[in-house]
Design a protein around this ligand. Structure first.
Ligand SMILES: Cc1ncc(COP(=O)(O)O)c(C=O)c1O
Length: 359
């Protein structure tokens, strides 16, 4: 891409054209401690206590002084996910998985397909790479996955397709059969199925790995595992592809503390199962509460729900914040919509009681 000359303040070096063209993205990440955080779809009660216990026991000065080693954790994670250790890379959160995938397969001006609205980092990394991003809107009525529309958009030149299943912020998902149709139609493209919220819906493309060389699946420890601060994820594909992902990744992007935490986290399956059960019950409670208030919402397959607040979306978010409850305004991408994370039933009750007072 040719760099056009533009006027910048003195002393500012001109960046690449692709970066110049990007809209700034700055999620509201400050001042969240001490509040009821229903804004980032995190685990609202924290990681398993066994994770911290394990870190306290095993973290040493010596351990901190050496570069990370991944052999053992890869074997343990392979067993946990039911894949071969050669079928995935560890990543610094899903965000790095998206970045590595784009860096491995997408060149300047290549076509990348994303859905709209979806997780912002797909467009972000595609744009940083200078790709030509095409968007396919979710269906307006129920925000359903636009399978037919996506299939019609795929061309032989499409290089990557980035899909969250279930999707953020709509909460809607697509079936494994739908994913197979995409994989068949887009044989020449890297197809990412981002399963950040897999545990809440149970649909996964991982068993398709051996059948489709163009399939990439990501998982994260940021959501149900309650380890967003650790920045740890996995990117799965056939081992031939994984070799190339490795080539495009820096060797130590995942730190040793995250590796230790993951070892403990995957041993405490009960903690995860209990949390998922609690969230699913809380989601039902939230639906009932929203219905009572006459608020339209979209049924979700994840640990968050999108609801309609009309032209009050932003004031509502601000008033809830003053009352110590954080939610995310999404009205800039779906008119009038606010997204609330589902935590425990008690947290949903608190949210509903604050909402009732200002609705
Ligand atoms: C669909 C989706 N993928 C990935 C992420 C972020 O994952 P990570 O913390 O692993 O980078 C999010 C976070 O909101 C998300 O909604």
């Amino acid at each position: 891409m040719a760099n056009r000359k533009i006027d910048l303040p003195p002393g500012v070096l001109q960046p690449r054209e692709a970066v110049l063209k990007m809209a700034p993205y700055s999620p509201p990440t400050a001042g969240r401690f001490g509040k009821l955080r229903l804004d980032f779809n995190e685990n609202t009660v924290g990681a398993s206590p066994k994770v911290l216990e394990y870190l306290r026991e095993h973290l040493t000065e010596d351990g901190l002084s050496v570069y990370p080693e991944y052999g053992e954790i890869k074997r343990e994670l392979a067993e946990f996910f039911g894949v071969d250790p050669d079928d995935f890379i560890l990543t610094n959160g899903t965000d790095e998985a998206i970045q590595v995938l784009i860096n491995t397969y997408v060149d300047d001006d290549d076509e990348v397909l994303v859905l709209q609205p979806s997780y912002a980092m797909y467009r972000f990394y595609a744009e940083v790479a200078g790709a030509a991003v095409r968007t396919i809107p979710y269906r307006r009525e129920k925000l359903a996955f636009p399978l037919e529309e996506l299939l019609q958009t795929i061309r032989p030149t499409t290089r990557a397709i980035l899909i969250a299943n279930p999707n953020n912020p709509t909460g809607t998902g697509t079936s494994r059969a739908g994913i197979e149709r995409i994989l068949e139609r887009a044989a020449g493209a890297a197809v990412l199925i981002d399963e950040a919220y897999y545990e809440f819906c149970g649909v996964t493309a991982l068993p398709l790995l051996n059948d489709y060389p163009n399939l990439f699946v990501s998982r994260t420890f940021s959501k149900v595992f309650g380890m967003a601060a650790m920045r740890l994820g996995c990117l799965f594909s056939q081992s031939g592809n994984v070799d190339f992902l490795h080539k495009a990744q820096s060797p130590y992007s995942v730190n040793s503390v995250a590796v230790m935490a993951a070892r403990a986290a995957i041993q405490d399956r009960t903690y995860i199962e209990k949390y998922v059960t609690e969230v699913l019950a809380a989601r039902e409670l939230l639906y009932v509460g929203l219905e009572k208030l006459g608020i339209k919402y979209y049924e979700s397959k994840a640990n968050f729900v999108l609801f309609e607040a009309g032209d009050r979306a932003i004031p509502l978010r601000d008033q809830l914040r003053q009352r110590g409850v954080l939610v995310r305004d999404r009205s800039y991408e779906i008119a009038g919509c606010v997204r609330v994370t589902v935590g425990t039933r008690d947290q949903v009750r608190r949210f509903l009681s604050e909402l009732e007072q200002i609705w």
